[in-house]
Ligand binder design. Structure first.
Ligand code: SAM
Length: 278
């Protein structure tokens, strides 16, 4: 395989930036080159330029692009990855929200950049158990889980995970929402799986139109891959999708100095969350 020169690298960085908003700094050149090379090997290309043109080539190129993007994005995730954020949802935000909106009949949450679904199912477990404990009058709740990677979304949809990951879920919630499958896997039970809908969404500083405003938006470990101006654009777009009283939860330390006229910072030093006022 040939090595990738600086000009070639810039072309790929540019394409990724334009299409996904994801920034690849020079320090991550090896990561990008490895991903592109692996995919070239799999598809029988030995020339960067020819492969680049293939990716741009109409409908066929779009299919290849979708596979390539999966290789060029980081999908690392875990169930209950950030406990303080989830505890704040169940213990602080939700009780207050229900007190203010006692007749709220439906609750909609969004896991932005959900990877293989662990974050979305964690949210669904937390919301379902908290709504029950609080005796909420809420007849329906659902979580929309979106990601740019179709391969990651397919795993999320299956709701099937390796047995080693079982320990990431608190014991009481394992019993309520998961089932062992053979000796190597476990599944999210059907009732909870029905609460979570997966769909492809590609952000580059904007959001798709939502059919309704959302109560909770959870976006962790995604913004770090975006350029600063795109981050701010995306955050404002997310804020505009919240209902009054709704909450935006980001990864602690992921964004510095973000303000929005309708958002007020809530939570504690371990979390980064904002409540929409009007
Ligand atoms: C590191 S994972 C984080 C998963 C999960 N949010 C968590 O915190 O565990 C980042 C995810 O963001 C997705 N992603 C990256 N750029 C994206 C974009 N422009 N639009 C939508 N999803 C994107 C990746 O495919 C990946 O699954």
């Amino acid at each position: 395989m040939p090595s990738m020169g600086d000009e070639e690298f810039s072309r790929w960085v540019d394409l990724l930036d334009r299409r996904t908003g994801v920034v690849v700094p020079p320090g991550r050149k090896t990561f990008l080159v490895t991903g592109v090379r692996t995919r070239m090997r799999e598809t029988g290309y030995d020339n960067f330029e020819r492969y680049f043109n293939e990716v741009l080539n109409g409908a066929r190129g779009a299919i290849e692009w979708s596979t390539l993007v999966d290789r060029l994005t980081v999908h690392e995730t875990r169930f209950f990855r950030h406990q303080p954020s989830l505890q704040m949802i169940a213990g602080e935000w939700l009780p207050g929200f229900l007190k203010e909106h006692p007749d709220n009949q439906a609750m909609h949450a969004w896991s932005v950049g959900c990877s293989t679904g662990e974050e979305a199912y964690s949210l669904a477990m937390v919301l379902d158990s908290a709504l029950r404990q609080l005796g909420a009058n809420c007849a329906y709740f659902g979580v929309t889980a979106t990601d740019i990677s179709n391969a990651a979304l397919a795993i999320g949809r299956s709701g099937l995970y390796p047995r080693e990951r079982w320990v990431e879920i608190p014991e009481d919630l394992q019993k309520a929402y998961c089932e062992l499958v053979g000796s190597d896997s476990f599944a999210i039970n059907e009732t909870l799986r029905k609460r979570v809908g997966f769909r492809p969404v590609q952000h580059h500083g904007c959001c798709p139109r939502a059919a309704q405003k959302l109560d909770l938006i959870y976006c962790q470990n995604v913004l770090i891959y975006f350029a600063r101006d795109r981050r701010k654009q995306l955050l404002s777009a997310l804020a505009d999708l919240l209902k009054p009283g709704g909450m935006l939860v980001l990864g602690a330390g992921e964004v510095i100095g973000f303000t929005h006229p309708s958002l007020t910072r809530i939570g504690n030093r371990q979390t980064l969350a904002f409540r929409r006022s009007g």
